[in-house]
Ligand binder design. Sequence first.
Ligand code: NAI
Length: 340
Amino acid sequence: FVFNEINFDNHEQVVFASEEKSGLKAIIAVHNTHLGPAMGGCRMWNYASEAEAVRDVLRLSRGMTYKNAVAGLPIGGGKSVIIGNPKTDKTPALFEALGEALERLGGRYVTAEDVGTSPADMANVASKTKYVAGLGDRGDPSPFTALGCFVGAQAAIRHQLKRDSFDGLTVALQGLGHVGYDYARRLHAAGAKLVVADIDQAALQRAQDELGAEVVGIDAIYDVQADIYAPCALGATLNPDTLSRLKAKIVAGAANNQLATADIGEACRQKGILYAPDFVINAGGIIKVCYEYLNTPEDGMEAHVRRIGDTLAEVFTRADAEGLPTSVVADRIAEAKFKN
Ligand code: NAI
């Protein structure tokens, strides 16, 4: 393997877990437990190499530390990956073996579903360990992610456009999935005009019928004359090409890892685009999962998700005052919490 370019980035612990009988090959990364047990999903992916899997898990687990810290949750950051094809290689035994590995970590890492894994897989993990969250028995976290995006967009229009209402504003929304559709519904109810793109024709039809949305092609979404660009499908959609095309002065969407490279944060600032950092605005789902896992009374949960708006207002104000990209300010707010 070529591991020499991997930056361990202050990970507390990285565990390779394998079991011959079930074929499990997993990597569990515990980035930081300063604020509590490391929490983050389990991704199953057909990685081209072990080195690629290591790089992915380290990047993702570090991201969870930042997300969980900024969200004000009493948990740290971690992530796990299973190397394998989620379409062909899944068995109950595979996830039971992962559960046994988590049990050996004694609760330093708590897993949940992610790309390539499902609530049913997590139920198999749960047959061997209690260190698993978001089993789906109390509902899908996506509506809470959508709520966080909506209050985040409200904070952004207040800051950038000095407006309290979405009336007359246009949102170019990419991806009408679990989060995107619910976010679109809230924006429509608040008076925004929607221009949408998706590869799923049924979702587009529904948005036209129910929300009066205008449909554009999947590439044309970057050229829409809009006030807000809301990426809710893929990562890395903010790059030099799309930045040169976007008309919107606000980016507020749920997708993870929206900046193709870290320097795009500064490029947004220079173009006068207010970027709501992805890991701040999309934390509604993890807030919901964390409340569920820790058995925190849920009556405070919606208010906690709504505080994403306050946090973003603070990020925007500090970014202006310090002349820094919002992405850098958000990182610093996180670091001040988990590095203490
Ligand atoms: P989803 O899979 O339900 O929805 C994604 C939507 O994007 C689908 O409708 C899909 O057809 C569409 N899509 C795929 N490729 C596209 C393209 N090239 N152009 C336009 N649309 C395209 O996923 P979900 O759960 O709604 O998540 C959306 C994003 O938000 C993802 O990046 C996810 O990682 C992120 N996220 C989701 C959270 C949640 O609570 N579900 C929490 C935090 C982040």
